[in-house]
Design a protein around this ligand. Structure first.
Ligand SMILES: [Fe+2]
Length: 210
C-alpha cells in the first residue's frame, strides 16, 4: 500500500493556471470585466496554487507514513483540484461569439429533455435551487447513454465524483456573479446562456457519446 501511494505521489504533476481564450471584458455585459479578472486571477489561481501545495504535502505525509495527514491532504486535493478542473471547463464553456449547438447535440437534447428550452429550464432550476456554493451541470451518462442535469457541492468535480462526463457547467458560487448581480442568482443564470459556447458543448458531447 505504501509503495502504491509512494508511486502515485511521485507521478503528481504541477498544474498551471490556463490562459482564458478571450479578454476579461469579452463577455460583457453578461459577465463584467471585474468579475472575470478576479475570478480567473484570484479564485482559479488560488485553486491551482493550493493544488500544487497539497500535492507536495501529500507526498510528505506518505513519506512520513501518516494516514491522518494523507486523508486530510486527499480532501484538500479534491477541493482545490476540483476548483481547477471545474473552472478550466467553465472558461471553455463560455464565449463572446455567436455559436450554435451541433445537429447531433440538438437531437440528443430533444430526445432527453424535450427541447432546448426545456433543457435550459431544468438546468437553470438546478442552478438557482442549489443551496450554498457549487455547480450545476449538463452531463453525459455513458452507461445510460443520455444527458442528465446534476448539481455538485463546493468544488466537487463532476466526473471524478459522479462518473458523468461534463458538457456544460454553471458556476453558482457567489464569487461568479455577486459583484454584478448581487443576490439575484436567477438573473445571472438566465443571462449566462447568452455567452454559452455551444461549439465547445457540442465537442464535449461528441467526445462523451462516441
Ligand atoms: Fe468560480
Amino acid at each position: 500500500m505504501q509503495q502504491a501511494l509512494r508511486t502515485a505521489a511521485s507521478c503528481l504533476v504541477k498544474q498551471e493556471l490556463p490562459e482564458l481564450p478571450y479578454a476579461y471584458n469579452a463577455l460583457e455585459p453578461v459577465i463584467s470585466c471585474a468579475i472575470m479578472e478576479l475570478h480567473h486571477t484570484k479564485h482559479h489561481k488560488t485553486y491551482v496554487d493550493n493544488f500544487n501545495i497539497f500535492q507536495e504535502r501529500l507526498q510528505k505525509s506518505i513519506e512520513d507514513h501518516d494516514p491522518t495527514s494523507i486523508i486530510q491532504n486527499f480532501k484538500a486535493l479534491q477541493f482545490n483540484g476540483g476548483g481547477h478542473i471545474n473552472h478550466t471547463i467553465f472558461w471553455r464553456n463560455l464565449t463572446p461569439d455567436q455559436t450554435q449547438p451541433s445537429p447531433e447535440l440538438c437531437k440528443a437534447i430533444d430526445a432527453n429533455f424535450g427541447g432546448m428550452d426545456e433543457m435550459k429550464s431544468i438546468l437553470s432550476a438546478a442552478a438557482v435551487g442549489l443551496q450554498g456554493s457549487g455547480w450545476a451541470w449538463l452531463g453525459y451518462d455513458q452507461v445510460a447513454q443520455r444527458m442528465v442535469v446534476k448539481t455538485t457541492n463546493n468544488q466537487d468535480p463532476l466526473e471524478a465524483t459522479t462518473g458523468l462526463k461534463p458538457l456544460l457547467g454553471i458556476d453558482v458560487w457567489e464569487h461568479a456573479y455577486y459583484l454584478q448581480y448581487q443576490n439575484v442568482r436567477p438573473a445571472y443564470v438566465k443571462a449566462i446562456f447568452d455567452v454559452v459556447n455551444w461549439n465547445d458543448v457540442s465537442k464535449n458531447f461528441a467526445k462523451a457519446s462516441c
